[in-house]
Write a protein that binds this ligand. Structure first.
Ligand code: IMO
Ligand code: MG
Length: 418
C-alpha cells in the first residue's frame, strides 16, 4: 500500500495534528519528517488538550508506532519530556514503539540562544526561538551534531568543533559568553542514555513495517508558505514543509507516497512576521481569534487572523500535488453573517491567480474577495447547507475534493465526504 502524507497548505497551525490523530485510527505507523519543536500539534481527547512538539501526534493512540526522520532537528530535552508524557497518557511504554533516525540533527542549547539573539539583532522573523534556524544552518555547514554522534568515541572533538563556530557567533556577533565543552558534554551524555533505545535506521524500519503490512502516515509540520524554498522567504522556517520534504526527510522514494492530504483552515492564520494578504486588522479578525482560540500552541502568541485565501491555496495544491483536502475549524465561522474568501489578487491593476515570488510583491497585492452566506451553528458532523456550499466552492476553485471537514475540537467531530 502507498503511504499517506499530511501537510499544511497555509502558514502552519492548520490543524494537522488533529487530522493526523484522526487518521491514526486507520494507520498504525506515523512518521515526522522535518522541523522540530517549533511545531505545536494539539489533539483533544475526552475534553482535554494535548500539545506535542516533536513526537508524532498519532502516538496518543497506544497501538501506533512513531518514527522521527533524518530531516528533523531534535531538542533532546523536549523529546525525553514527550516520551514521558506519552507513556503516562497511554499507560504503555514507548520502547519498541518509537524510532528516531540516527541521522537526525541535534538542536543544542547554544542554537536556542543564538535564535533568540538573532531575533533581537535583526529585528526578527518572529521565530519560535526553538533553535531551528541555527540547527539547520549547522547541518548544512556540516558542523552540526547528529543523533548518532552522541554514541561516537570522538563526540568530544565534534562538540569542540561545533562550539568553536557557535561561540564565535555568540561572542562577536551578540557579545554573549561562550558555552563550555564540559557543560555541553554533560548535557549530551545525560540525555544520551535516555534516548539510546530509540535510535534506529528509519528508512530500513519503514521498509520492515511496510512489509509487515502496516499502513503508513507521514506527518508534516509547519505549512507550505513557511517552506524554506517556496514560502514567503525570508519569513519562513528552515525546512522543507512541502510534501516532497517527506521523501527527503525520511529516506523513502517519492513513488511511495500515494495520498497527499493538504490541510487548511476555513480561514487563515499566521504567527510571526511576513506577508498575509487576507489579514483582518479589525473586529472580524478579533472575533475569529477569540472564537478559534487562535493563540500559538508553542509560544502562546496571538495569531494573526484573516479570511481564506484561495490564491495562496491554489498554488499550495500545485506545490504539494495535493490529492485530498482536509478543512479544519469551519465551526469557528458559525454565526458570521457574511464570510469571505480571496479568489484572485490584484497586482498593479493586473489580476493574478498565483501568488508572486518576492515578499515585496506580496506586500503590493490586494485580494479580490467573493462573499458567502454564513450559517448559524453546527449540529454534530452534518454541514449546514451554507457551509456545504462554501466547501463546494473551495473544492471547485482548487480542483480537489475535501474528504474531511472538522466541525469541532473533539476527535470524532469530523464530517467525512467521500
Ligand atoms: P505547526 O507545526 C505556525 C513560524 C514562526 C516564524 C517562522 C520561523 O504548529 O504548524 P522557526 O522557529 O521555525 O525558525 O520560525 O515560522 N512557525 C510556525 N508557525 N505553526 C508552526 O508549526 C510553526 N513553526 C514555525 O512563527 O514565523
Ligand atoms: Mg503550531
Amino acid at each position: 500500500m502507498g503511504y499517506t502524507v499530511v501537510i499544511g497548505l497555509q502558514w502552519g497551525d492548520e490543524g494537522k495534528g488533529r487530522i493526523v490523530d484522526y487518521l491514526a485510527e486507520s494507520h498504525s505507523v506515523v512518521a515526522r519528517f522535518q522541523g522540530g519543536a517549533n511545531a505545536g500539534h494539539t489533539v483533544s481527547v475526552n475534553g482535554e488538550d494535548h500539545i506535542f512538539h516533536l513526537i508524532p501526534s498519532g502516538m496518543l493512540r497506544k497501538e501506533v508506532i512513531g518514527l522521527i526522520g533524518a530531516g528533523t532537528v531534535l531538542d533532546l530535552e523536549v523529546l525525553v519530556d514527550e516520551i514521558d508524557r506519552i507513556e503516562k497518557l497511554t499507560g504503555v511504554s514507548t520502547e519498541g514503539r518509537l524510532f528516531v533516525d540516527g541521522r537526525a540533527s541535534v538542536v543544542m542549547p547554544y542554537h536556542k540562544s543564538e535564535d533568540q539573539w538573532e531575533e533581537v539583532y535583526r529585528g526578527g522573523i518572529g521565530t519560535t526561538k526553538r533553535g531551528i534556524g541555527p540547527a539547520y544552518r549547522d547541518r548544512y555547514a556540516r558542523i552540526g551534531l547528529i543523533v548518532a554522534d552522541l554514541f561516537a568515541k570522538d563526540l568530544k572533538s565534534k562538540v569542540e568543533r561545533a562550539l568553536d563556530f557557535n561561540n564565535q557567533i555568540l561572542g562577536s556577533r551578540y557579545g554573549k559568553p561562550p558555552f563550555s565543552v564540559g557543560k555541553m558534554m554533560d548535557y549530551l551524555t545525560a540525555l544520551r542514555d535516555r534516548i539510546r533505545s530509540f535510535v534506529a535506521d528509519v528508512p530500513a524500519k519503514l521498509k520492515q513495517l511496510e512489509d509487515e503490512g502496516h499502513e503508513i502516515l507521514l506527518e508534516g509540520a509547519q505549512g507550505t508558505y513557511l517552506d524554506i524554498f517556496f514560502g514567503t522567504y525570508p519569513f519562513v522556517t528552515s525546512s522543507h514543509t512541502v510534501s516532497g520534504g517527506a521523501s527527503v526527510g525520511l529516506g523513502i522514494g517519492p513513488n511511495k507516497i500515494q495520498r497527499i492530504i493538504g490541510v487548511t483552515k476555513a480561514y487563515t492564520t499566521r504567527v510571526g512576521r511576513g506577508p498575509f494578504p487576507t489579514e483582518l486588522n479589525d473586529e472580524m479578525g478579533e472575533l475569529i481569534r477569540s472564537n478559534g482560540n487562535e493563540f500559538g500552541a508553542t509560544t502562546g502568541r496571538p495569531r494573526r487572523c484573516g479570511w481564506l485565501d484561495l490564491v495562496a491555496l491554489r498554488y499550495s495544491v500545485l506545490l504539494n500535488g495535493v490529492t485530498e483536502l482536509a478543512i479544519t475549524k469551519i465551526d469557528v465561522l458559525s454565526g458570521i453573517e457574511e464570510i469571505k474568501a480571496a479568489v484572485e489578487y490584484d497586482m498593479d491593476g493586473e489580476r493574478i491567480k498565483y501568488p508572486p515570488i518576492t515578499v515585496d510583491d506580496w506586500a503590493r497585492i490586494k485580494p479580490i474577495y467573493r462573499s458567502f452566506k454564513g450559517w448559524e451553528k453546527f449540529w454534530g458532523t452534518m454541514l449546514p447547507v451554507e457551509a456545504e456550499e462554501f466547501v463546494k466552492f473551495i473544492e471547485g476553485e482548487l480542483g480537489v475534493k475535501a474528504t474531511l471537514v472538522s466541525t469541532g475540537k473533539e476527535r470524532n467531530s469530523m464530517a467525512k465526504r467521500w
